[in-house]
Design a protein. Structure first.
Length: 269
């Protein structure tokens, strides 16, 4: 289990709200869902526009040596970093900055970023194989300008962010038992991304009632590596309301056919 970071609870008789999204995957972002999230956040009162990006903001498919034929070819070449990996990286970083983070920072008051397995871990795996003189060229936190933007980095992959009685992580388990495994690891109610599916399950023990939610994804539902195979994925995001005693309310918001109905209001992509 990774490090645990915590956000302050609101004062007595106050609440604090957070929009939460995950699995944007850079250029594979589902633009209608992204637009709906921004429009929804813009409808919230100032001071309630807080965002938690729950991992996989980037995608970095060209760092996957086992699955990307181009990567396997270019890593063997002396000019591979200069001619292939660095241009691809800069292109993706520019896309995230201009098309994702700039719009987000125009709408939200505060933004928190927790990394997923597609973020720095993919860079680090690549750096283990490339010449060491290029290491300084690949730095996600620096290149996304998190500090200048005022974006708070609240955890690396497999770390946790606690909001009172709720734990948030990008996600480390797949399959039919993923909800239970995340609850068992957190030992509290949990929200995770990673699986791209909108699901919820309750777990009742002798003295507590816990729930686990997996978030729908912000990316397209037919990405490059799926090769047109069908999936059970869904698009969307969620809203967390935290109370002063650590209790919380969570509302998953699913986008279907470029629209979402939230509090009787229709948001179109």
């Amino acid at each position: 289990m990774g490090k645990i970071y915590r956000l302050d609870l609101p004062k007595k008789n106050k609440t604090q709200s957070y929009v939460i999204c995950g699995d944007l995957h850079a250029q594979f972002i589902h633009e209608p869902t992204f637009k709906i999230m921004l429009d929804y956040a813009s409808s919230l009162p100032v001071g309630e526009r807080n965002l938690i990006i729950n991992g996989d903001l980037a995608d970095f498919p060209y760092f996957m040596m086992t699955k990307n034929a181009d990567a396997k070819k270019w890593i063997k070449r002396a000019d591979g970093v200069e001619e292939f990996f660095l241009p691809k990286y800069r292109e993706e970083i520019n896309f995230i900055n201009e098309k994702i983070l700039n719009p987000i920072c125009r709408v939200f008051d505060r933004v928190y970023f927790m990394e997923g397995n597609h973020d720095s871990p993919r860079i680090n795996a690549f750096l283990d194989m490339c010449p060491s003189q290029y290491s300084s060229q690949f730095n996600l936190k620096r290149d996304l300008m998190l500090k200048p933007r005022g974006i708070t980095h609240v955890g690396d992959y497999n770390d946790w962010l606690d909001l009172g009685k709720l734990a948030i992580t990008h996600g480390m388990f797949h399959g039919t038992s993923a909800l239970k495994k995340h609850v068992d690891t957190a030992r509290k109610s949990v929200i995770f991304s990673h699986v791209h599916v909108d699901e919820c399950k309750a777990f009742v023990t002798r003295d507590e009632f816990l729930k686990a939610w997996s978030l729908p994804a912000m990316c397209k539902l037919n990405p490059h590596y799926m090769k047109n195979r069908a999936s059970q994925w869904s698009n969307g995001f969620g809203k967390i309301t935290v109370f002063h005693d650590g209790l919380f309310d969570f509302k998953p918001i699913t986008v279907f056919k470029k629209r979402a109905v939230i509090d009787s209001r229709v948001f179109l992509g």
